[in-house]
Design a protein around this ligand. Structure first.
Ligand code: GRF
Length: 214
């Protein structure tokens, strides 16, 4: 079996994307393994998915640190202690400091519930509906110091229906997040994609037709 990339996942809440990544990584040929899950909230529901899968978990409460930088340093230290090579943000509700991002260059990825660069930030689905947008979706992207703006790795689109509430739309988008996150992580871990300036360069012809349009 090929060496699998060691991944640390950061969460704050429900952790359904974490669950999707854990499920995908159960396949013997999946190119990444989750070696650590960190939550900044002790009551994050998502911790249970890691515990059930025997993945080590850490709770690092941001409010116990004086500064963002000190909190981020602790995060980084834990990730290093577990030999993480890549960091996946999965509903992690903290903005990471420039220091942290620079310590992990091109090695942090995030899933965002809109078609970036539209609708960065929070309360996305409410704003999408209020704007009358007809197509929304999700974006997997590299994390750069500027919020929700790094190179796009993968996107999936979903329709916004007239009668949608933010909750309905969130659920439809989330289904797609659970597909593109494991796929996107797989292509990065297999080195079939890498950051190239402001874009992500892909070498998907190597893996056949299914992923060519991914
Ligand atoms: C997802 O919608 C993700 O796009 C956003 O936070 C939410 C996390 O959901 N960044 P979950 O905790 O993975 O269920």
């Amino acid at each position: 079996m090929k060496k699998r990339i060691k991944v640390g996942v950061l969460i704050s809440g429900t952790g359904t994307n974490l669950r999707a990544l854990i499920d995908a990584s159960r396949a013997v040929d999946y190119p990444a393994e989750i070696v650590l899950v960190i939550s900044n909230k002790s009551d994050a529901e998502g911790i249970k998915w890691a515990t059930q899968a025997n993945i080590p978990t850490k709770v690092i409460k941001h409010e116990t640190f004086k500064t963002r930088e000190e909190f981020d340093e602790q995060l980084s230290n834990e990730l290093v202690a577990f030999n993480c090579e890549l960091v996946c943000l999965a509903g992690f509700m903290r903005i990471l400091s420039e220091n942290f991002v620079n310590k992990w260059p091109n090695r942090i990825i995030n899933i965002h519930p809109s078609l970036l660069p539209s609708f960065t930030g929070r309360e996305v689905h409410t704003r999408v509906i209020a704007a009358g947008v007809r197509i929304s979706g999700c974006t997997l992207h590299y994390v750069t110091p500027e919020l929700d703006s790094g190179p796009i790795i993968a996107q999936a689109a979903v329709p916004v229906l007239i009668e949608d509430t933010p909750k309905d739309l969130a659920a439809r988008v989330l289904q797609q997040e659970h597909k593109i996150y494991p796929l996107g992580l797989a292509i990065i871990a297999s080195r079939l994609a890498e950051r190239s300036g402001e874009k992500t360069r892909k070498y998907l012809e190597k893996v056949g037709e299914v992923l060519i349009n991914f």
